[in-house]
Design a protein around this ligand. Structure first.
Ligand code: 2HG
Ligand code: ZN
Length: 475
């Protein structure tokens, strides 16, 4: 339909209020702000309203009303993303709403025998982790924003995080989904089955599709046994090569007990110290001497002797020169303080000024060469910029963020880094997704047949292009 001539905003708002109640249709300029702007204040644009349904039936009714009027729908969870996928695009034509899942927070059940849990899309990740822990189990999805990220968003972006190396991306933790399709129909696939080969595994197309194919309203998640012991260590390492040697040593000694292996540049820790040095539990490199690089690693297990095995492994690493210094946490509190250092890097970077994010992955063995080449290229081409590199080195995923001086064009910096990523046959978005931030670059770095295939999927699922318009797929 031609919305430019026939669209009646007041009637649309009335009809939305009729579905969710007037108090849940937010239009006031001040109140709508947190829904239409991302937390870094980099992305955002106008929306007719932020609409907050209470349940799946209301989501479906809102989608049907929007579909009938040609109104775009941006599904939003905790709005913690880094690619602008959950907020409007500035200057985009056509009416759209933000559909917030924030009221749908229920944890319907935890099954300790089948090791599953059933949650609504608005459930905060940390709340689901706690419910799993109360049942003696672990929901193995973990990242810095877990206190505000909501599971619908976690699933829709196939979030990564610090435990991917042991437990996989979010995709590996999803057994069943309930989704609302573009026409407002509800598909309930909330099965608690660990095995189900009866036809296409359709839930996979929604996981990581950033709300462009359907809206996730509930999920069955796979839980795992909760390890009884964990060993957390911060190590100073001389080079990224040494970090990879240490990873091989840790896996040799501890097998799949290695649950996290994060590489942190010395500069990343120094900015955490500068901005959060005084905060409780966050300070410097926790007694480990200064170094060009650090590794924060964690191992976990339940059969006893884990700590001693980690200790032996660390002694061996220091003897071999793979690490020059290190601290093995003596208590839960100290372990949490080490993680707190890691989790404050993003906020410390924000406090440093504007930065150009690169959430890249390359084959794990190529990480040292990638870091050397990309750092040299940034230094040569962008005077005054500096690299804040850290990330999930065990997955080949580095956040190669570049803090830039005022006035420097971000796109030129993106180009410098992503050309090197392409040379290593890497990805320009390892875990944060495409959203609106990476959409231009996707057209450059994905092959034409891959893009054509994705467009066919989009056309089949959302022929009118109303689900998260303008995101993920270049037009
Ligand atoms: C992390 O690993 C997050 O801490 C955020 O993915 C990364 O700030 C970033 O670029
Ligand atoms: Zn990350």
């Amino acid at each position: 339909m031609d919305v430019s001539t026939s669209f009646n905003a007041a009637a649309m708002l009335d009809s939305l209020a009729g579905i969710v109640g007037p108090a849940q249709v937010i239009t006031d300029a001040h109140d709508i702000e947190p829904y239409v702007t991302d937390w870094r204040r980099m992305f955002g644009g106008p929306a007719l309203a932020a609409v907050r349904p209470a349940d799946t039936a209301q989501v479906a009714a809102v989608v049907r009303a929007c579909a009938a009027a040609g109104v775009g729908i941006i599904a939003q969870g905790g709005n913690t993303g880094l690619a602008g996928g959950a907020v409007p695009i500035a200057g985009r034509a056509g009416p759209q709403i933000v559909l917030s899942l924030a009221r749908m927070t229920a944890i319907r059940d935890v099954d300790p025998v089948g090791m599953t849990m059933l949650v609504q899309a608005g459930c905060v990740l940390a709340a689901a982790q706690e419910a799993a822990a109360d049942a003696g189990l672990l929901l193995p999805i973990s990242f810095g924003a877990q206190g505000s990220a909501r599971l619908g968003g976690v699933i829709s972006t196939n979030a990564g995080g610090v435990n991917v190396l042991r437990y996989g991306m979010t995709r590996q933790s999803v057994l069943g989904l309930e989704v609302v399709l573009a026409d407002g129909s509800v598909v309930n696939g909330l099965r608690r089955l660990h095995k189900d080969n009866a036809g296409y595994d359709w839930k996979q197309i929604f996981i990581g599709s950033e709300g462009t194919l359907g809206i996730v309203t509930a999920a069955v998640l796979r839980l795992v046994p909760r390890p009884r012991e964990r060993g957390t260590a911060l190590l100073a390492v001389p080079t990224p090569e040494a970090a990879l040697a240490l990873l091989a040593r840790a896996r040799g000694a501890l097998g799949d007990g290695v649950t996290a292996f994060e590489l942190i540049s010395g500069r990343s820790l120094r900015i955490v110290e500068r901005h959060f040095g005084g905060s409780a539990g966050v300070g410097g490199s926790a007694g480990v001497g200064d170094a060009p690089w650090f590794v924060l690693m964690e191992a976990a297990g339940s059969i006893g002797g884990l700590r001693a095995a980690v200790e032996d492994m660390l002694v061996g690493a220091i003897e071999a020169g793979e690490a020059t210094d290190g601290v093995l946490a003596e208590s839960e509190t100290q372990a949490n303080a080490l993680w707190s250092l890691r989790e404050h890097i993003t906020d410390a970077e924000k406090a440093e000024g504007p930065s150009v994010k690169h959430d890249v992955s390359v084959p794990v063995a190529d990480i040292p060469a990638f870091l050397a080449e990309a750092s040299a290229a940034v230094a040569a081409a962008h005077a005054g910029a500096w690299v804040n590199a850290f990330g999930h080195v065990g997955d080949g995923n580095i956040h190669f963020n570049v803090v830039i001086p005022p006035g420097m064009a971000p796109h030129a910096v993106n180009h410098t880094v992503h050309e090197i990523v392409a040379r290593f046959a890497g990805s320009i978005s390892a875990e944060h997704g495409i959203g609106q931030y990476r959409i231009g670059e996707l057209a450059t770095y994905k092959s034409a047949p891959e893009l054509a295939l994705q467009r066919r999927l989009k056309q089949a699922m959302d022929p009118d292009g109303l689900l998260n318009p303008g995101k993920l797929l270049p037009g």
